[in-house]
Design a binder for this molecule. Structure first.
Ligand code: ACO
Length: 351
């Protein structure tokens, strides 16, 4: 392969104006500021304005900033990738909505369904297209509107308090500059735990993998597997998570993937200038940081303000860290994620 690498030419993020504190959540469910902050580090999150904002519209706002900073217009973008677990529509994906709303050409639009690792998967995909010379300006967006589909009753508190809305975007371009661009990436999955952190309905599974068939009517001849009244009555149309199990796996996989990237590129942990972990939970990030003995100034966290924005969390944190001057030209930056699937992976780059 040539010496072409993929660089981030422009980056932007958007979070909705509406700030929802832990105290606000205490008004609708049985929870406490102390419980949420102690377990997750989160103090507040943003929620999109109902019926005015969507995952795609937030993605468009982030994309416009990234495109402006990259100095490119709609006519320059030759491929779009959108990572989300909370799309505007079950289908089509958010990629085509961004293509339409930004007035992009009749280019390819791909949606990535890898939840918390979606942005990492998206970067790796874009990197392949750019290094092979296929595309020159890829728009990669990660966006979530979790507030549209989580359970705001006490039943859902273990999941709901963690998540927030927002979007981040990058424009990726080829570069031959020596000290710039993506050096390596790795992607992983372990489908044995697919149901440990999942949003299963609507879906076609009919209880095949879980044995949970009581939400389906066996007398029905056709249909009614994706959505039915029973599902809604029992709250099975909300995401579920085995929190402690997710935690245990996350703190194992984050260090593995970070070290794998460093080793593949011939670096050691001390060489790292900045780690941007997916903002899953502040306790997970702190655990990983401690295991790897990375000093505070080399890890960026902002989950305290935004909650877990899943596919959007890495580009939001990366952009914010860069805007604050915490990432400079030539810095060795590692982006790492773990989440539903389970899927995990990392990207190592020179800024
Ligand atoms: N407020 C008050 N009490 C709560 C809340 C809440 N919001 N949520 C759960 N509880 C209660 C539970 O009902 C339980 O009560 P019980 O003991 O009477 O049954 C008690 O708190 C403890 O519940 P656990 O789930 O065992 O709490 P834990 O200490 O493990 O913390 C948490 C839960 C924060 C979810 C933790 O397991 C965790 O951080 N896991 C990782 C999850 C994560 O980060 N997911 C996102 C990553 S993947 C992605 O980004 C999609």
């Amino acid at each position: 392969m040539s010496d072409i690498k993929t660089k981030i030419a422009g980056i932007g993020y958007y979070v909705p104006e509406n700030v929802v504190t832990n105290f606000d959540l205490m008004e609708v469910m049985d929870t406490s500021d102390e419980w949420i902050e102690t377990r997750t580090g989160i103090k507040e999150r943003r929620y999109a304005t109902r019926m005015k904002e969507t995952t795609a519209t937030m993605g468009v706002k982030a994309a416009k900033i990234a495109m402006e900073r990259a100095g490119v217009g709609p006519e320059d973008i030759d491929f779009v990738i959108f990572a989300t677990l909370s799309p505007d529509y079950y289908f089509p994906g958010c990629g085509v909505l961004v293509q339409r709303e930004l007035g992009l050409g009749k280019i390819g639009a791909l949606d990535v369904r890898n939840q918390c690792s979606g942005f990492i998967y998206g970067m790796s995909i874009a990197d392949q297209f750019i290094r092979t010379g296929t595309y020159k300006n890829i728009l990669l967006v990660g966006g979530e509107m979790h507030s549209a589909g989580i359970d705001f009753s006490t039943r859902g508190r273990g999941v709901t308090v963690i998540f927030g809305d927002g979007a981040g975007a990058v424009v990726l371009q080829p570069t031959t500059e020596e000290n710039k661009g993506i050096l390596t990436s790795n992607l992983h999955s372990d489908g044995r735990y697919a149901e440990k952190l999942a949003f299963m309905n609507p879906g076609s599974h009919g209880g095949v993998f879980t044995g949970k068939t009581d939400i389906f009517d066996e007398e029905e001849k056709y249909g009614k597997l994706m959505v039915n009244d029973k599902m809604v009555e029992e709250g099975d149309h909300y995401p579920n998570m085995e929190g402690p199990f997710v935690f245990k796996n996350a703190v194992r996989r984050f260090p593995e993937t970070i070290c794998e990237s460093l080793e593949a590129a011939g670096y050691e942990l001390q060489d790292l200038d900045m780690l941007i972990p997916h903002q899953a939970n502040l306790r997970i990030s702190q655990f990983v940081q401690k295991m790897l003995e990375i000093p505070d100034e080399k890890v960026y966290n902002n989950i305290q303000k935004y909650g877990n924005t899943t596919a959007a969390s890495i580009p939001i944190a990366l952009c914010e860290a860069w805007e604050k001057g915490k990432i400079k030209d030539g810095d060795l930056v590692c982006l790492a994620a773990f989440g539903s699937g389970f899927t995990w992976g990392s990207v190592l780059l020179r800024w």
